[in-house]
Design a protein around this ligand. Sequence first.
Ligand code: SAM
Length: 212
Amino acid sequence: MIEYFRDIINKYLIGLKRKTNKYNTYLDYVNHQLEKTTDKKRIDKWMNEEWNIKYNGFIDIFQRNMKFIYKCKSAICLGARTGQEVKALIDLGIDAYGIDLKEFPPYTVKGDIHDLAAESESFDLVFSNILDHSLFPELMISEIERILVPKGILIIHLQLLVDHDEYTVTRLYNVKKLLKMFRTLKVVANKNIKNLHDCMDREIVLEKVSNL
Ligand SMILES: C[S@@+](CC[C@H](N)C(=O)[O-])C[C@H]1O[C@@H](n2cnc3c(N)ncnc32)[C@H](O)[C@@H]1O
């Protein structure tokens, strides 16, 4: 019964539903995510046959958002895995690196989206397409707000319509409610997208407007 009401509250009032009961400890969550990210066969695919497809996809994403990011000099990609999004930013002239639960040199260092090692106000741009892999989205969002400089830009990609895989831990239902969680960022673009290289279907660009 309590579960039922918690689900209703999460889905309709908060706009997302967490699979917190799926894990007994935080380490269980991390290990589950790492199961996929450290899978050698998958890594081989990401690094070889999928590399260019993804790289070109990310070039397209950042180029179409150039009007928001042309002033950005430094960027961090959260949950960057093998780092195609990072390489795309570097090739477009932005000093970037990624973080993920597993490091993938040279583009991605080890880190956790819920506890970023970065200094406050140290990045002009944050990119992430893994909000649905966050066990504590409010924490991830507050970390993003902390590390962005004033007027810094956040680009997030969400998967709202397509079925999620077993590594998704937070199911997003309601973008409006999700956006209410951002306290210092305002939305400057919000549109449906169809990427060639992944299943993300919503792109939201936000700008940091205050330091609460
Ligand atoms: C669907 S993949 C996306 C990878 C990459 N952004 C891309 O589009 O190719 C999700 C990634 O999020 C990472 N991840 C999940 N939970 C994380 C956490 N708490 N901190 C950092 N990375 C995390 C996983 O290890 C995985 O590499």
